[in-house]
Write a protein that binds this ligand. Structure first.
Ligand SMILES: NC(=O)c1ccc[n+]([C@@H]2O[C@H](COP(=O)([O-])OP(=O)(O)OC[C@H]3O[C@@H](n4cnc5c(N)ncnc54)[C@H](OP(=O)(O)O)[C@@H]3O)[C@@H](O)[C@H]2O)c1
Length: 257
């Protein structure tokens, strides 16, 4: 049997660690004993997370970073280089959505979403994967969504961006298959965080608990899974939209969204 991938003493960089799923990753990885670099836009939230997690563990660095500004991504990379930090586990989690008709989204909003959801994870992966390749070890987890798999009216830009992130993950997985590096993608369904509200979407459905999603994901990563799909509904969506022709899946679309 393969040894566990995620171990005490490793260093994880988590983006979007100030709240929601990113905070759940930070909490559970600090319980396991990983050193953490926590990145998020809101420095007050990051300070709060650092204080809360210091009860478990001291190796926590916080780095406020606004991914809508490409210079902030560069500053983060320069910081990692200057401090000579080896990242064992990168979690590209920061993400924003907009729930609106496509023609109502303005240019500023589109640029911002592209910077946060596409450019930042691509540039971070580019830099950190090169380091991991030199060391011949590492894990990169990209947080995608079941929306990446199916048409998602009023979520068009977000769904397309998650689709990009998924395909980037799958391509890099095969590109690095013969190295000791795992590149994995999480297709999450609805999670109980502020995401929908921040995106301007009012939902009456309750999502899954973020801690449960994180524990499930870490279990699958420890088994070297490169595609992670938590929950029966997400698995059905994955199966339907990957395997079945469009004329069948479109009949079920409203039950699956
Ligand atoms: N919730 C769901 O139903 C769901 C489903 C599928 C996939 N996802 C994905 O899961 C990931 C985490 O989302 P969540 O549910 O935890 O939502 P969330 O609570 O809204 O968290 C989003 C995170 O992204 C960070 N962020 C936003 N704008 C940023 C910027 N300009 N620069 C740097 N960081 C920024 C936020 O930081 P601050 O708090 O500091 O602003 C926050 O930590 C996202 O990629 C999302 O697409 C969510």
């Amino acid at each position: 049997m393969n040894p566990k991938l995620i171990k005490k003493g490793q260093t994880a960089l988590i983006t979007g660690a100030g709240s929601g799923l990113g905070f759940a990753f930070a909490k559970i990885l600090s319980e396991i004993g990983l050193n953490l670099i926590l990145v998020s836009k809101n420095s007050a939230k990051l300070n709060h997370v650092q204080k809360e997690l210091e009860n478990y563990h001291n190796g926590i660095i916080i780095f406020p970073c606004d991914f809508s500004d490409e210079n902030d991504v560069k500053k983060l990379v320069e910081y990692i280089q200057a401090q000579n930090i080896e990242i064992d586990f990168l979690i590209n989690n920061a993400g924003v959505g907009i729930y609106k008709e496509f023609t109502s989204i303005n240019e500023i909003e589109i640029n911002k979403m592209i910077s946060i959801n596409l450019l930042a994870p691509t540039l971070l992966t580019r830099y950190i994967l090169e380091k991991m390749s030199n060391n011949n070890s590492g894990i990169i987890l990209n947080i995608s969504s079941t929306m990446a798999l199916r048409p998602s009216p009023k979520w068009s830009v977000y769904a397309a961006e998650k689709s990009y992130l998924s395909l980037l993950s799958r391509s890099l997985y095969y590109e690095n298959k013969n190295k000791n590096i795992l590149i994995s993608v999480l297709y999450a369904g609805k999670i109980n965080t502020d995401f929908d509200r921040n995106a301007g979407f009012q939902s009456h459905k309750t999502g899954k608990n973020p801690d449960a999603i994180v524990r499930y994901t870490l279990k699958k990563l420890n088994k070297y899974h490169s595609i992670i799909i938590p929950g029966a509904k997400a698995k059905i969506i994955y199966f339907c939209f990957k395997m079945l022709p469009d004329f069948i899946t479109k009949r079920f679309l409203r039950y699956l969204t």
